[in-house]
Design a protein around this ligand. Sequence first.
Ligand SMILES: Nc1nc2c([nH]c(=O)n2[C@@H]2O[C@H](COP(=O)(O)OP(=O)(O)OP(=O)(O)O)[C@@H](O)[C@H]2O)c(=O)[nH]1
Length: 318
Amino acid sequence: MTPTLEAGPYTLRMLQETDAPAVHRLINDWSVVRMLSHLPFPYPRELADAWLAETRRSSSGGEAFHFAVTKDDALLGCVGIVLERNRRTASLGYWIGRAHWGQGVATAAAGRAARWALAALPIEHLTADVAFDNDASAAVLRKIGFREAGTGRKSFLSRGSEHPVQLFTGSREDIAPEPATTTNNTRRTVLVVAAALVDAQQRILLARRPEGKPLAGLWEFPGGKVEAGENPEQALTRELQEELGIDIAQSCLAPFTFVSQDVGRFHLLMPLYLCRRWRNTPQSREGQELAWVPADRLADYPMPAPDRPLIPLLQELL
Ligand SMILES: Nc1nc2c([nH]c(=O)n2[C@@H]2O[C@H](COP(=O)(O)OP(=O)(O)OP(=O)(O)O)[C@@H](O)[C@H]2O)c(=O)[nH]1
C-alpha cells in the first residue's frame, strides 16, 4: 500500500483515477516527455488512464509505489519507486510539470520517496537514470545523495531513437535517513507547580535546593512535580504540606504566570501561583534553607534559569 508522505510544503499520496486529466496535461508537454524514455509525444489521454490503472495494480501487488506530488491539492508531478524482480533493488523515477520547475519540488519529493523506500523496504539500494542532456535531474539526484554509477543507453520513444543515460545508485550510507520528527526530538514535558507565598510585609518565601539534588544551592519557589492522578492545585497543596508544613487547602490560589522552557533533562512547564494566606507557619521540613525575601532583593538569590524572568514580574506586582 502506498503511504501518504509529507515533504515540506508538498504531500506525496497514492495516485488516483481522477488524476488522469492533470497527469495528461502535465506530461503532454515536449519539455517533460522528452526526458521520459517510454512515452510518446503527443501523449494521448488514454495513456494517462491506462498508466494510472497500471500504477494502482502494481501498487496493490507491492511491486511499485507511485506517488502523486501535490501542493494544496493540485498535482505538480509524480514520483515512483519500482522494485526489481529480485526485490533487492528498486528504481526511482519522477517527473514534475514544467510550471513547477526550479522550485525544489523534485528534490523534496524524490528525496522524501527515496528516504522512505530505504527505510521501509527490504532493498539494498536504489537506482535511477537520467537522459544525457538532463542536467537538472542529475543535480537533483546528487543533492538527494545518489552517486554516479556509469552510463547506459535507452530508447526514447518521444525522440524516436536511442540515447545515452547517466546511471545513479544510492544506498542507506549514501542517502541520509529522514531527520527525526519533532515528536521524537522533543523532550518530555514535566509539569511542576510552584507558589510565590507572599507575607504581610510583601516578602516572598524562597527555598534553597538541598545538597544532593539537581541544581543544589539554588533558590526556588516552593512546589514540585504534579503526580499521576493529581491536578495542579492538589499537587501544590501536597508539596507545601510536605516541604513547609503549611495548609493552603482553603486558600485562594491566584494563577500568576507560567514557565515553559527546555531545561536539558526535560521540558519544564511550571505554573506559578500567588498565595497570601495559609495555615501554620512555614518551616523547613526537608532540610532546605528558607528565606523571606523582599521583591527588590530577589535578584540577590541565585535561582534556576527558568525562574529568572519571573523576578521582574513579581517586582512589578509587589
Ligand atoms: N519547585 C520548583 N521547582 C523548580 C523551580 N524552578 C525550576 O526550574 N524547578 C525545577 O522543577 C523541578 C521540580 O521538581 P521537584 O522539586 O519535585 O523534584 P526534584 O528535582 O527535587 O526531584 P525528585 O523528583 O527526585 O524530588 C526540578 O527539576 C526543579 O529544578 C521552582 O521555582 N520551584
